[in-house]
Design a protein around this ligand. Structure first.
Ligand code: PMP
Length: 389
């Protein structure tokens, strides 16, 4: 059976069109964008072209709102620490949803060392942020609120426009981590009322080694990386022109193909969900309808996600148990705990993220492999044997 790769949230292949486009920046057009000679100018032009394409993907005011970083983690750190530290005089409160990525949660927690208070707003059982709680949590001292556009582990899409209205009634800035959503669903930072937004190249079929932070005109933040003053002084260091040029082209392709690709993937996603939920004591995690077009996430009682992943790999089907970034700890996912699952329930998760290589023909072998995996693991599971008694 050919390989079926369903872990696009952890990593994606670089699109061949992107690779072809960006290749010269590794060889013939190898200039440093800060150099004034013609080779340097060529690299600078590639960066400006990428900036424009990325600004277009999110409907930003202009290309100078885009700051390139080395990764989405770095963009999230720049947003959180940069806003917090720059606006200390305005207030020392930061607010975050309970299901943010660690690259938002950890710098938020770190701000406590600078005297900030840090509040987590809960989500409901489908992963939607509790808007009433958000409203009562915000004060005039809240300098930054961070809520992701869509969650990478459960696929839930947040009501960002409503969140933005609430945030701007009381607090100052809204930061949105759009790593999981960008290129999958339309994003309009102006209509959505977003002040800062994080993007990742490798979640758009671009090369690893580039991320970007959208910073709305007029929003001031402090640099967290000091040096030669690249990227408007906000992110010093020689730019990764290959990855940045590739990210731009990946953004252009994603924008052009998004609608068609979503319409293609939604029926595949829905069929997978329908087939897998036929398994006894299997449940969808995340929102049933407000979810990313390529995302199907489940939990199965009495078994463990790591064993599911390894068993599925024996069928040459690659899945995930949640966030690849926190898979090194044996702790259950904070996202699954936040939607109200007990520890033992949160351990039995399986996340399928579809991509450009996924077809309807994959549904049958994936559902069959899941069914057999779950049956096999349940036979071995002491928890399951208790339940059968
Ligand atoms: N935010 C979200 C929602 C993510 O899923 C990830 C991981 N892909 C990141 C941020 C961080 O991305 P990276 O590890 O590429 O810096």
């Amino acid at each position: 059976m050919p390989r079926i790769y369903l872990d696009h949230a952890s990593s994606m292949p670089v699109d061949n069109r992107v690779l072809e486009f960006a290749k010269p920046y590794l060889s013939s057009s190898h200039g440093n964008p800060s150099s004034l000679h013609s080779v340097g100018l060529e690299a600078k032009r590639a960066m400006e072209d990428a900036r424009t394409k990325i600004a277009d993907l999110i409907h930003a005011e202009n290309e100078s709102t885009i700051i390139f970083t080395g990764s989405a983690t770095e963009a999230n750190n720049l947003a959180v620490r940069g806003i917090g530290l720059r606006n200390i005089a305005q207030g020392k409160e930061v607010v975050v949803s309970a299901i943010e990525h660690m690259s938002v949660l950890n710098p938020m927690k770190e701000l406590q060392k600078n005297g900030f208070s840090f509040t987590t707003v809960p989500v409901d059982s489908t992963g939607i942020v509790d808007l009433k709680k958000l409203e009562t949590t915000l004060t005039k001292n809240t300098v930054l609120t961070s809520v992701m556009y869509a969650n990478n582990e459960i696929g839930t899409i947040e009501p960002i426009r409503q969140i933005s209205t609430i945030v701007h009634e009381k607090g100052m800035y809204l930061h949105v981590d759009a790593v999981a959503a960008a290129g999958r669903i339309p994003i309009d930072v102006q209509k959505d009322g977003i002040d800062l937004l994080t993007l990742s190249s490798n979640d758009l079929y671009g090369p690893q080694g580039a991320g970007a932070l959208y910073v709305k005109p007029g929003v001031k933040l402090q640099s967290v990386l000091l040096g030669g003053g690249q990227e408007r002084g906000l992110r010093s260091g020689t730019e990764n022109v290959f990855a940045i040029a590739g990210m731009g082209e990946a953004a252009r392709i994603a924008q052009q193909e998004m609608q068609q690709e979503s319409s293609r993937l939604i029926p595949i996603r829905d069929k997978l969900i329908k087939e897998i939920l036929k398994i006894d004591q299997s449940y969808l995690t995340g929102h049933p309808t407000q979810r990313l077009p390529h995302h199907a996430s489940f939990r199965f009682s009495y078994i463990e996600g790591e064993s599911i992943l390894l068993n599925m790999d024996m069928y040459d089907i690659q899945v995930s148990t949640g966030s690849a970034c926190s898979s090194k700890t044996l702790e259950p996912s904070h996202v699954l705990l936040a939607i109200g699952l007990k520890h033992e329930q949160a351990h039995g998760s399986m996340v399928l993220t579809l991509g450009r290589s996924t077809t309807m023909d994959d549904v049958q072998p994936v559902s069959k492999a899941t069914y057999e995996t779950v049956q096999r693991l349940r036979k071995l599971s002491p928890m399951s044997q208790e339940w059968r008694k």
